[in-house]
Design a protein around this ligand. Structure first.
Ligand SMILES: C[S@@+](CC[C@H](N)C(=O)[O-])C[C@H]1O[C@@H](n2cnc3c(N)ncnc32)[C@H](O)[C@@H]1O
Length: 212
């Protein structure tokens, strides 16, 4: 499989297969790198929230529990784990198997739309970001916590060496360029910060349309 051959069926198979181990495998990176960033990203959010590629629901521990939450993912096995987490955290949540590139929600439906570590696996990420913007209301928030090719040359070269195998195993593009993806979808970047060797990025964007 190469990057051109990625599709929703591969993604579904890979994440269904890996769901049982996913949280265990990412535990160190979650603990040392991501949990504080996740909290900072989602704590301020209120109202109707959508997460694309919600996976096992890594952000659910940090949302306020008066939100109305919908999480979509290609993998029903990942969603089952997210469902259990939402119950544990007392969040009113609805999980649906759905392609992020073709969201089954009306325009301007959500107060905020979130993607964390997801654009690297979505087969056509620009289309997914366009969909995020479409279903977010005017003045709503489009938030991202993503990883991609480092801005540090040596780190980027190490990533280049690992990207083929990593993609085969996880359907994940180490050399992804989230800022470029978001800009190519026609969004305006409001905030963008890199961390951990320039690999991870926290991004907030706004859509040019206005759905009231
Ligand atoms: C690396 S996991 C990240 C999960 C979670 N967002 C997190 O922060 O831990 C990527 C997730 O995106 C999902 N995904 C990839 N492409 C998708 C698509 N087109 N539609 C819906 N889900 C997708 C995968 O099934 C997987 O659960």
């Amino acid at each position: 499989m190469n990057e051109q051959m990625n599709n929703i069926r591969n993604i579904k198979d890979i994440y269904n297969r890996n769901a049982r181990w996913y949280d265990f495998l990412v535990k160190p990176i979650e603990f040392f790198l991501l949990r504080k960033k996740r909290r900072k990203l989602v704590v301020p959010l209120s109202g109707k929230i959508l997460e694309i590629g919600v996976g096992t629901g890594a952000n659910l521990a940090y949302y306020r529990n008066d939100i109305s939450f919908i999480g979509v993912d290609a993998s029903p096995e990942m969603l089952k784990i997210a469902q259990r987490k939402a119950e544990r955290h007392g969040i009113s949540a609805d999980f649906r198997e759905m392609d992020a590139e073709n969201l089954e929600f009306p325009d301007g439906y959500f107060d905020a739309v979130v993607s964390t570590l997801t654009l690297c696996t979505v087969p056509h990420p620009v289309q997914a970001v366009r969909e995020m913007a479409r279903v977010c209301k005017g003045g709503g928030r489009l938030l991202f916590l993503e990883h991609g090719k480092s801005c540090i040359g040596l780190v980027a070269r190490l990533q280049e060496g690992k990207s083929g195998k990593h993609f085969q195993k996880h359907g994940c593009r180490l050399l992804s360029d989230p800022l470029n993806i978001i800009a190519s979808a026609g969004l305006h970047i409001k905030i963008s910060k890199r961390f951990f060797l320039g690999i991870f990025q926290q991004i907030e964007a706004t859509a040019s349309h206005t759905h009231i």
